[in-house]
Design a binder for this molecule. Structure first.
Ligand code: TXA
Ligand code: MG
Length: 336
């Protein structure tokens, strides 16, 4: 872990312009950024994350006008969403321009574009003055980073700089919508609640949950198994009889009076505020993972608003050890 961590935006911007790798804060999670026009810089992202090249990256733009350099067509539906929700935690999948290398989009004719709202990301984009390709700044398949230290732990020896923008306020990744057609399709629930989107554009189509990993996927970059902790992680079942093995941790919105038998408890929001819970989610998972427990039990939160994104991440974190939990409106999966 040798990488410099700091708040020097000018240094971060020139590193990006020179083809370097810079992790930076966004309102959702930290991203691992590189010049989106530079195929070698984009290649370094995949290497640093151990990310398979079939998993496309999101391209970040500094203002609404830049979208035309990245996306070949901005559909009327996309424009409405841009006007309503950018900057913010919404990624739009649109046909790509030739300026974006095929490697960045995993060979797809489309590209995911997003305009972040975090002030240091906005200023980094302004000073770099080029779109920045950035997946979440974690090793492939692991828990996403919401603090500069999380990035240093996983990627510290592989990247050029970490632009510290403090803890991420949203805490889960952006909502991803495919808007290449007339109808919006939800590819990943995320930091912008589905309800807010539907209030703006009407019903959004949900892709059914993926059958099994490693089968051909209707959309790439989606995998059940993701957000892996080292400690085995299971979804609490209805009765939740405590497993008899030694040390079990609990991840829950709010603790109940009879939860004392857990060796460690992380509460995401005792007041039941799902935005607060999302902001705490990944850091709480990491803290439990660092406790050397035998098992982590997680309880679903209400499947509304940001609760959809939280439950989606919990389902995928648990996939190794449990059956895929049924969900009435289970959306698609992503990875990376
Ligand atoms: O909030 C976020 O979205 C964060 C911050 C850094 O912006 N980024 C992020 O990137 O979560 P990542 O790489 O962890 O997730 C990107 C996912 C891919 O795995 C894929 O599911 C989807 O975005 N994606 C990207 N381009 C796509 C495309 N052309 N078509 C379909 N899905 C795409
Ligand atoms: Mg990711």
């Amino acid at each position: 872990m040798t990488v410099a961590i700091g708040t020097d935006i000018a240094r971060a911007a020139s590193l990006i312009r020179e083809g370097g790798l810079v992790a930076f804060a966004t309102e959702t999670v930290y991203g691992l950024g590189a010049n989106a026009y530079d195929v070698r810089a984009v290649g370094r992202i995949f290497e640093a994350k151990d990310r398979p090249t079939f998993d496309p990256l999101i391209v970040h733009v500094g203002n609404r006008a830049w979208v035309e350099s990245v996306a070949a067509t901005v559909t009327p539906l996309a424009q409405r969403l841009i006007d309503a929700f950018w900057p913010g935690p919404l990624t739009l999948v649109l046909p790509k321009t030739d300026r974006i290398p095929d490697l960045a989009t995993a060979g797809l004719p489309t590209v995911g574009v997003r305009m972040p709202s975090h002030p240091s990301a906005v200023e980094l984009l302004r000073q770099a003055n080029i779109p920045i390709a950035a997946p979440s700044a974690n090793r492939f398949g692991h828990v996403s980073p919401t603090r500069a230290e999380h990035v240093a732990e996983q990627l510290g020896d592989r990247i050029d700089y970490i632009l510290d923008g403090g803890p991420c306020t949203v805490g889960v990744e952006s909502t991803i919508l495919d808007v290449t057609g007339a109808e919006a399709v939800l590819l990943r629930p995320g930091g912008l609640p589905l309800e807010a989107i539907e209030a703006q554009i009407g019903p959004v189509r949900l892709i059914e949950a993926m059958s099994a990993a490693n089968e051909p996927q209707p959309s790439p970059g989606r995998l059940l198994r993701h957000y892996a902790t080292r400690t085995a992680l299971v979804i609490a079942d209805a009765e939740e009889s405590p497993p008899s093995i030694a040390r079990v941790g609990l991840l829950t919105l709010a603790a109940k009076s009879d939860d004392e038998h857990y060796a460690a408890i992380e509460t995401l929001s005792p007041a039941g505020d799902l935005a607060e819970a999302a902001a705490n989610l990944f850091a709480a998972m990491r803290r439990l993972d660092a406790r050397g427990l035998d098992l982590i039990v997680v309880r679903f939160v209400p499947e509304v608003g940001l609760g959809r994104a939280i439950n989606d991440r919990l389902r995928r974190a648990a996939h190794r050890t449990t059956a895929f939990p049924p969900s009435p409106r289970a959306p698609g999966e992503d990875r990376g």
